[in-house]
Write a protein that binds this ligand. Structure first.
Ligand SMILES: NC(=O)c1ccc[n+]([C@@H]2O[C@H](COP(=O)([O-])OP(=O)(O)OC[C@H]3O[C@@H](n4cnc5c(N)ncnc54)[C@H](OP(=O)(O)O)[C@@H]3O)[C@@H](O)[C@H]2O)c1
Length: 270
């Protein structure tokens, strides 16, 4: 019998690439997205089923998870939906902060919570969450995004202890830069006049083509999600992409404080 994966944020980018990869590998895929009515390709495949899901809609989480478990055993829940909030924290409105936390953090928690009783009853299953290298290190002007991704790393580490006795695994995939709609479409930007010059420096650093050369494709990161789903290892973190691996190794080698000073020097020339 084929295995089944439930994916959030499958309309574009990593979620979509994962839906296609798992389907190609013979899995049954439940691809959820905010507007399945706009999706013309994925739903054409026999082993991809579309369901509506906005991860900030608590009622829809309940109805969509119920519809998913009605299809049969769920082997993997891939919490992937998310977007970025960038710019000075002082310029962020309360709405912007709440929306970021609701989507990236509470969305993952609520979807996971809804699935746990089902995975516990089947004594098997795995949660995988897309965090970011930004869940293990921090850059300037991404504070609320980092807050969500660091929170997911800590939450997952704690949850791993709690779920293991029930035969349930939990893993994070922490990508570096991925060439997706994330920067062009999925980025909410704050501004504040006091931070103009500093912001320009940081933007120049992020948009440097040299830096972007090291980004991964969504398909490459989807391969890491597939590895995490199938390797059977008791491993929490999968740092994904050459850039992310290099940065994380540097942090571990240098130690938190020296690494932080290096980032300051790199972005702000301090
Ligand atoms: N791109 C990067 O450089 C990068 C790096 C590290 C981590 N990540 C993480 O990777 C994940 C996927 O991002 P991506 O790079 O593939 O970007 P993407 O192409 O913009 O995809 C983001 C997906 O999340 C969905 N989404 C946003 N808000 C949602 C909500 N409230 N409910 C349901 N779905 C929602 C979007 O759906 P709509 O089509 O409806 O907007 C879209 O399908 C995110 O968690 C992101 O934080 C990205």
């Amino acid at each position: 019998m084929s295995k089944r994966i439930f994916i959030t944020g499958s309309s574009t980018g990593l979620g979509r690439a994962a839906a296609i990869l798992f389907a190609d590998k013979g899995w049954d895929v439940i691809a959820t997205m905010r507007k399945p009515e706009n999706e013309t390709e994925l739903g054409q495949r026999d082993n991809i089923h579309l369901l509506p899901l906005d991860v900030t809609d608590a009622e829809q989480i309940k109805s969509t998870v119920a519809a998913a478990v009605a299809m049969g055993k769920i082997d993997v829940v891939f919490n992937n939906a998310g977007y970025g909030l960038a710019g000075p924290f002082e310029g962020a409105s309360d709405d912007q902060i709440v929306r970021q936390l609701n989507t990236n953090l509470l969305g993952v928690m609520r979807v996971t919570k809804e699935f746990i009783p089902h995975l516990r009853a089947q004594k098997d299953g795995l949660f995988i969450t897309t965090t970011s290298i930004g869940g293990l290190i921090a850059f300037p002007f991404n504070s609320v995004y980092h807050a969500t991704k660091w929170a997911l790393e800590g939450w997952s580490e704690s949850m791993a202890f709690e779920l293991k006795p029930f035969g349930i695994g939990i893993k994070t995939v922490s990508p570096g830069g991925i060439i997706t709609d994330f920067i062009s479409r999925s980025l909410d930007i704050t501004s504040h006049e006091a931070y103009g010059e500093m912001m320009q420096k940081v933007l120049a650093m992020f948009s440097d083509p040299e830096r972007q050369k090291n980004y991964s494709t969504a398909e490459q990161i989807a391969e890491v999600v597939y590895e995490a789903a199938t390797d059977g290892k008791d491993q929490l973190r999968y740092v994904a992409g050459a850039d992310a691996k290099a940065m994380y190794e540097q942090r571990l080698a240098a130690g938190d404080e020296a690494f932080r000073k290096g980032i300051e020097q790199m972005f702000l020339g301090a």
